[in-house]
Design a protein around this ligand. Sequence first.
Ligand code: SF4
Length: 378
Amino acid sequence: MGLFESEIDVQRGLSLASRVHRKYRPVFDRLPDRERAALAFYFLPHRSAKDILEVTRPRVIKWYCPFADQRTFPSGHRYCINVYTGCEHGCEYCYAAGYVASRAGCKNTFRADLAKDLDALDAYDVPSAPAHISNSTDPLQPLEQEHRHTLYALETLAQRRHRFTTIIVLTKNPSALTDERYVRALHRLSELLPNHPRAEWFEENSYPPLRVECSLAFCDEKSRKVLDPGAPSVESRMRAIRFLRKEHIPVLVRIDPLFPRDPLPGGKKMSDFDLPDVQPTADLGRLIRFCQEVGAGHVVYSVAKITRPRQGGLPTVMEKMKRLYEYLAPERSLVFRGGSWRLPKMVADEVVVKPFLELCRQHAVHAKTCKSNLISTP
Ligand code: SF4
């Protein structure tokens, strides 16, 4: 039994929910009263005297993206658990570098905070939702070897499995998951007991309640070293994906982000911008065939953004990429939004996405954008 043993508590939660900022209304307003009240108690600062409340309660099991406006980015009620801060992989194109600390670090109170949040979910009887581990850091970066916070999180979430629908582990280091302790935890998370509130739905729709999402944007080590210099090798990622598939663990490959490639419009080449052709069509074809071979569900993609880091300037390779983007975007139409430069949609679709989707079609591999993959995850 949670907090809501009486109608009065629900009413308190509803009065709190009525003060939530309107950008969160699309999520709050469509829920039944009791669920709306539970969400309000969990996410909103309930001692605040402000008239309008933001989702700002400090949590490690937090709202998917505290910056997201649900009217424009309808991610719904979902959680993100950022196990570490920053990321040792240091990818040149890292989108998270725009808003998190550049130095990777361990959250000293992570375990205690996780336990506290799980207790709060139970106390308020918050409806189950998807959990993403992690979107602003790699949960299996080298720090994990020393601290094992991600292993702890996986094992602990398995004990409260009823609080979560799909659990997603997103990493560039899937080989960490081949350790038997992780495999055991992933198998436990893959099973929904009959008393799970959504067990029937997952069963009826044959939808896997756990998946590993592995980013693998390059097929060639030389290209990987240009843009993912601190991340594990292509070969180690592929080997680990094969292993996990043999263990019947659902894996989805993210060929993400996508970059422009030769031939560029106007007769130019990547080398004209002092850039290597990091994702030639032949390499993309190999990656897509790999996804097909390992039965990796669908593939996920998005067009590379050029993120302005919170600290320091753009890395040299991304400076060059920005010059290429400026060339591709006619008449200064490069879009700057949310701290990143992006190609105008029409250019991105025509130059970057269309040839990729054609390859996916040829290999009968279904592709989803990063956003549609996220919002279609129940
Ligand atoms: S693995 Fe992800 S979070 Fe880490 S640096 Fe690369 S893009 Fe950023």
